[in-house]
Design a protein around this ligand. Sequence first.
Ligand code: GLA
Length: 727
Amino acid sequence: MSICFDPNEKIFYLNTPNTSYVMGIYCGKLLLHLYYGKKIDRFVNFIDYLPVAVDLPFSPIDIEETNASSNLLPMEYPCYGNVDFRTPAFHAEYENGSTLTRFEYVGHEIAKGKKKLNGLPATYVDEDNEADTLYITLRDELTGIEAILSYTAYNKIDAIAKSVKIQNAGNQNISIKSVLSSTTYLFDKEFEFVHLEGSWARERNIQKKSLMNGIMQIDSKRVSSSHTHSPFLALARPWATEIQGEVYGFSLVYSGNHIEQVEVSEYDVARINVGINPFGFNWILAPKEEFQAPEVVLTYSNEGFGKMSRTYHELYRSRLCRGKYRDIERPVLINNWEATYFDFNEEKILNIAKKAKDVGVELMVLDDGWFGKRNSDNCSLGDWVADRNKLPNGIESLATKITELGMKFGLWFEPEMISEDSELYRIHPDWCIHVEGRKRNPARNQLVLDLSRKDVRDYIVDSVSNILKAAPISYVKWDYNRNISDIGSEGLPVERQQELPHRYVLGIYEILERITTAFPDVLFEGCSGGGGRFDAGMIHYYPQYWTSDNSDAIERLYIQHGTSMVMPVSTMGAHVSAIPNHQVGRSTPLKMRGNVAMSGQFGYELDLNTLDDDELELVKQQITDYKKIREVIHHGNMYRLKSPFEGRNTVWEYIYKDKVVLMYFTMFTRSQLGKIQVKLQGLEDSVQYVETLSGRTYSGSYLMNVGLYFDNNKEFNSEILVFEKKQ
Ligand code: GLA
């Protein structure tokens, strides 16, 4: 068992292969966080917390038996109401207007495996022996409110998955104002706050800042995890690198308003809070009801960021993504968006598909513009019926013709949205999120459907399902092109209006669950103006995500590198597009564009008919090369050898079974830089590796210590080397 309880000391130990998470029951009632970090065998100085807990000015005593103040104790699930002046995880209002709660330990249970989270995405186990789960019940005696804290420790992966369920076992309605998913502590403040910041077309830049006393936080109030801040936080030693130093990761499996907060107290103890953003949140919980907060996945690495990311990659690739496509390699695709935008017809699409088929592409995706009368982005969202002007014989005929070419066919949808100029809006103007009497603010000329309403959810499931049933469609790109403002629902009573943001997220999860279950053979790719909702929650439903609308090869190095902090490369859509690039105007060689896109789910986003013969030959070669390495990219362990955020080069390495793929890129150069040394990682010292192009053989220790040298003098230079273990 990876979880055990010492009944004498009243201490819980959760162990993964290299880490321990330790909690203790203090005075028979308070659940304290004692330790998280490198594996330890036994926690001995439980009692040493007490000296910091007494006799300090302005930290009044609230625990008489011990003279302790909860302002100093590392409460595992802090609630507002004790003498704890830090930000609580739980804050609720009761019928008498009071907002005080006092959670005390009442019992626990340790079980094999891991249960599903009701209505929410979460990591899982295939077999019960992969993990153990600890459930701890805390209770507020006065109101009967209970918090069930659950902790899953994986036996072979250094990950702890935490979540919280609130049960109203009392006899009054309560208003939950804050219900975070995880609180943990670090007992010194010498850490950097590391997070992924961005915007549309510039997603997931790595930012680092030293902790200071007070609060540092990132969040989203957009009802989407957002381009702006990913629901992820790492706390890393200032000296941590890709290969060394302590790094703690916190990844929230949720796609709506989130918060990741570190509060360093006057005693230099850091409290880390992660969960649904309490801003704009209020949830009424009636007697006998329960509220499930989303899951947070924690990992600790003492081998730097590289090990942290590989832990997330392994867990998310194999125990968060689901379905048929979890383990199988994905088709090379071509998407018409940057090739045609809204200006296409059946013939144009068939021409793109035919050319693509000739060079080895396996899937043709028809993007936005095929439905209603959508010739620009100002109309028709909600009217999921083919535009007969562009597609006289409908989607069915086009899909059949593409299938007859020997390719698969995929289709774009944006089902959560509604255009004011649409049949749907004319019939159901009340179906969008809005506040009666206030302006409905469009973004990209569209409003958002109110997914808290069952009739709206059913409409979406039916309209998408009807199309998927009627035509041979093997892939869906599910887009979501704005964030949600003007929060208000005609379907919810006055006192529940602030439940809308979370109900929206539950609504999209329910829709995706229904559709992906009904169409298990369809490959779903998520999208939100590129990577705007590319989070751990979404990849439970879509095993891949369009990483960014920015398809420039150089920009993509930053975006894909930052994304790989948490997300496995198997989830990242990456395409070759035309030059000059449509987003930034840069021209990079086709070779480089191809090589960058090969570090992901590979495809093209241009009209291959515009390429000359030499270019087409290169495209053909790229597809052939990718097919040889895609299993390594899909399943491999990733090592980030050089970061675009730290120099002129990016180097990534992937290892899977007997193969190693090394990808080298020079982004910018200056005169006379000579060659650059690249040392590989993760190989076996005495194994011989053959580089397949030159036939040269190197030992693992040579590649890892002497390394290879690459030309650093040419801008946009890029190489992919493949090594195979010599048998
Ligand atoms: C979003 C997506 C693009 C494309 C357009 C279509 O911006 O990210 O890839 O599908 O919508 O409108």
